[in-house]
Design a binder for this molecule. Structure first.
Ligand code: GUN
Length: 285
């Protein structure tokens, strides 16, 4: 039987090894290492885990990694000042402010303050606008990770009905634009969508990013559909599970990303790839 599991971890490891080789070569030739700066505000345990994963990946490929963790009460101006400094720092090619932000920090102010040349998350409105126009060199990390998996597994998605559940700036909207640009007919569902099952049952390709453990089951999905599970839900026993019940849907579908080991490692890898792009395009090395 065809293996239906899309192994994001394996592809991510392969791509990270390739990046590592490139960096070794650059350093040998006297070039500087690419650098990422991450800013985390507050103590959210999931955000800390994500940041740790990004740090491990940076170290693995030989990038410089700088990290600031501010108290939840930090003033916005402090963050803006730091970003201003990092925009000028010649060792830093990518700046990421981990989401979600505390309520008193203005999302737009933060994203606009990150130079579009260092916006490895594609959240600065300039880059996000270019993505909207199918014209950006940086694309959003989770969306980029999913598109890489589609290419690596040689899945033909032209003409498919794609349903994206979740309309966030960081996942739902960018993956919708990528799938649209790749020839899918897209539907974006959100928390107000009525009779969601009517949409899921007709979706050839499903991207689920809602943060509800095991929400999508066999009766919800179309036969032979392709599923990308972006959910990362920590259960009381510490186990991480996705938004899709893999066991329940497995026999019916044609491809699925597991959680963990599917989209997550690809998001981190895309962050490294984006940093390499800004490093090459905008900065003297
Ligand atoms: N929070 C969860 N995932 C991400 C991400 O990829 N980027 C940022 N900035 N915040 C996140």
């Amino acid at each position: 039987m065809l293996n239906k599991i899309i192994n994001g971890k394996k592809i991510a490891n392969y791509l990270q090894k390739k990046i590592k080789k490139k960096i070794i070569k650059k350093v040998k030739n006297g070039k500087r290492r690419p650098g990422i700066a991450i800013i985390l505000i507050g103590n959210d345990s999931s955000s800390k885990i994500y940041v740790k994963k990004k740090k491990i990946a940076c170290k693995k490929v030989g990038f410089i990694f700088k990290y600031w963790n501010f108290k939840n009460s930090v003033k916005e101006i402090e963050i803006l000042k730091l970003i201003k400094k990092l925009n000028k720092n010649i060792e830093i090619d990518g700046i990421l402010v981990q989401l979600p932000l505390p309520n008193h920090i203005n999302y737009k102010n933060i994203m606009c303050s990150i130079s579009y040349k260092k916006d490895i998350d594609c959240l600065n409105p300039y880059n996000a606008g270019l993505l909207f126009q199918k014209n950006s060199i940086i694309t959003s990390c989770t969306a980029k990770g999913i598109m890489t998996l589609i290419k690596k597994y040689k899945i033909n998605i032209i003409g498919l009905n794609a349903l994206i559940i979740g309309s966030s700036n960081i996942v739902g909207k960018p993956i919708s634009m990528e799938l649209l640009a790749s020839g899918c007919t897209i539907t974006i569902a959100n928390k107000h969508t009525k009779n969601l099952i009517n949409y899921t049952k007709n979706a050839d390709l499903l991207v689920v990013a809602i943060g509800k453990p095991n929400f999508i089951k066999k009766s919800w999905v179309k036969k032979n559909s392709i599923i990308f599970d972006v959910g990362i839900n920590k259960m009381p026993d510490g186990k991480i599970i996705g938004d899709v019940n893999l066991k329940s849907v497995y026999k019916k579908i044609s491809y699925i990303t597991p959680v963990p080991g599917g989209v997550g490692p690809m998001t981190v890898t895309s962050l490294l790839e984006n940093t390499l792009i800004t490093y090459k395009k905008y900065y003297k090395n």
